[in-house]
Design a protein around this ligand. Structure first.
Ligand code: CO
Length: 179
């Protein structure tokens, strides 16, 4: 496995972050290697979600790692590999503060659905459906937006700069103007 370079806004190649990604049609070793590398890249960052455009690849692929059950004391993590994901049902609305590996140092308040039903393919091409609520639903919507070329800053109601205070804690300082 290899750690890939994450494309950030402001990079010369940031255009890949702003255009819709292409459907995946080949489910072979090349895709499997990319999924493994994306997982390693996301863990190293560290982050909870990473979409292929964020590593410069304009394909509808995302990896997510999130606890299976937030109340589980063992905090067992679950890895989701989403190929060609689509939201087929959604409900509810809640504003929450998000971050993005491609927009370092910034947080955004974004209104998201609190429930989504997804359709996607796994690494072998098999189709599956997945329900998610609350924070996991938010992560899925953030990632699927990446695959449409949409960033959290495009939808944000409010933006914050993340700064470390004297105690080394990260604070979110509101930005006056939208970026
Ligand atoms: Co992101």
């Amino acid at each position: 496995m290899a750690v890939l370079r994450i494309v950030s806004t402001g990079d010369p190649d940031e255009e890949v972050l702003h255009r819709p990604a292409a459907r995946v049609r080949e489910f072979g070793p090349e895709l499997h290697r990319l999924l493994d590398d994306m997982l390693e890249t996301m863990r190293k960052a560290p982050g909870v979600g990473l979409a292929a455009p964020q590593v410069g690849i304009g394909q509808r692929i995302s990896v997510i790692e999130y606890p299976d059950d937030e109340d589980d004391p063992e905090n067992t993590m679950r890895v989701y590999e989403l190929i060609n994901p689509e939201i087929i049902k959604k409900k509810g609305s809640e504003v929450g503060q998000e971050g993005c590996l491609s927009i370092p140092g910034i947080a955004a308040d974004v209104d998201r659905c609190t429930y989504v039903l997804l359709k996607a393919q796994d690494r072998t091409g098999r189709e599956f459906r997945l329900k998610a609520y609350d924070w996991l639903a938010r992560i899925f919507q953030h990632e699927i937006d990446h695959l449409q070329g949409v960033l959290m800053t495009d939808k944000a109601e409010k933006l914050y700069r993340l700064v470390k205070n004297r105690d080394g804690e990260v604070e979110a300082i509101p930005l006056e103007e939208k970026m």
